[in-house]
Design a protein around this ligand. Structure first.
Ligand SMILES: *Cc1c(COP(=O)(O)O)cnc(C)c1O
Length: 386
């Protein structure tokens, strides 16, 4: 198991937007997820500014809360969906929104329904998926998921999906033979990707496919650069502007003018728009180790910590810090959030905050052992940070 290296941040040094969330959360019972709608909107605006002209499709799986989808729908954001459940959620916003389906493996019934609901195009990475789409959604547009290097990412997504350039071109040719519309390509550099060069390398692979496709008389127009845009936690990350510059340069150098660029951000839209709050429910000394138990753990909100994902945590308590093992509330021994995190002395009932925890927390949370997922709250409009 990869160990998460959480880092304590003094409550006095948190960013003003986070301090405001903490201040507004005192009345809430834990665990909670307090979301800042203004931050959601400004994250979307920042993405649009960093990638001018690109279409943005929010990856619903990052945080599918209806309130989040409503705000993004109001902003005219598109949605990337891959299941009936996600389509239900998007339809419940009551707004017509552009839709994309980027999981290369989809259930047949979903494909049929999504095509009727107006999904623009479907991702593929296998002949079987092409046949399925040709049957369920004749004439649909398809784009190929490419296998790209995920080594700069903290939550890699390679291996499970994606094909190399030669196979990609074969799939596009075969799509045309099946009466489908060969539309373009997509990739995912891995979630929380800390290397802007990963997008450059992935665009080089994409360009190889586009050039080869042109030799087969296929005219592609849709270039998705996936998700993976990082959120500030404990490590240095490139800014969206830096990634945007790298991407724009790569596209100008390697692609025909007028390609439609698409982003599928999940984490970068919601990650730093929410605060996760927990309470200390127990303490124990085990040999040399001090253990602190919270009412939130890997099963009801902090799933990403099992793969070594590193949040900043803050506590209202002050004073000198000492290393503790931070654990969730369930009986399962997997439910350890971090093996060693330096925290001030905490008492039962004290609050611990996980900063920038809006993405992949709620969505993964179960009720295992009777511990509920964080309750979701939104800052009132009057309270929103600007
Ligand atoms: C999960 C996912 C995304 C979003 O990834 P982030 O790292 O949250 O930006 C985008 N596209 C696809 C196909 C995904 O599976």
């Amino acid at each position: 198991m990869n160990q998460a290296s959480l880092r304590h941040r003094e409550i006095l040094s948190v960013a003003p937007a986070i301090a405001r969330l903490i201040e507004r959360s005192h009345e809430l019972s834990t665990p909670f997820l307090l979301i800042d709608p203004a931050r959601l909107r400004s994250n979307l605006h920042q993405l649009r500014a960093a990638f001018p002209g690109a279409d943005v499709f929010y990856a619903v799986k990052a945080n599918p809360h209806p309130g989040v989808l409503q705000i993004l729908a109001e902003e005219g954001c598109g949605f990337e969906i891959s299941s009936d459940g996600e389509l239900d959620l998007v339809e419940a916003t009551g707004r017509p929104t552009p839709l994309l389906s980027s999981n290369p493996i989809k259930a047949p019934g979903f494909i049929r329904r999504a095509a009727r609901a107006g999904v623009l195009a479907f991702a593929v990475d296998s002949p079987d998926e092409l046949r399925k789409i040709a049957f369920e959604a004749p004439g649909a547009a398809v784009y190929v998921r490419l296998l790209v290097d995920n080594s700069g990412s903290e939550w890699p997504l390679a291996r499970k999906y994606g094909v190399g350039p030669a196979e990609a071109v074969e799939l596009l040719v075969r799509a045309a033979d099946l009466g489908l519309r060969p539309f373009g390509t997509t990739f995912h550099v891995g979630s929380q990707c800390r290397l802007s060069a990963s997008w450059d390398a992935a665009l080089a692979v994409s360009a190889e496919v586009w050039n080869d496709a042109a030799r087969h008389d296929l005219c592609l127009g849709f270039l998705s650069i996936g998700g993976g845009f990082p959120v500030q936690h404990t490590r240095v990350i490139p800014s969206l502007e830096e990634i945007g510059d790298v991407v724009q340069r790569a596209i100008a150098d390697r692609f025909p003018s007028g390609v439609q660029v698409t982003l599928e951000p999940g984490r970068a839209v919601v990650g730093d728009a929410a605060l996760l709050g927990a309470s200390v429910i127990g303490k124990a000394r085990r040999g040399e180790e001090h253990w602190i138990y919270l009412d939130v753990g890997v099963f009801n909100g902090l799933m990403e910590t099992i793969e070594g994902f590193s949040y900043e945590v803050s506590a209202l308590a002050s004073g000198p810090t000492a290393p503790v093992v931070l654990a969730g509330p369930s009986c399962d021994s997997v439910d350890v959030i971090a093996e060693s995190v330096a925290l001030p002395d905490l008492e039962i009932g004290d609050r611990v905050y996980f900063l920038n925890a809006g993405a992949y927390t709620l969505a993964y949370a179960s009720c295992f052992n009777g511990w509920p997922p964080p309750e979701v709250h939104f800052l009132d409009r009057a309270d929103e940070t600007r």
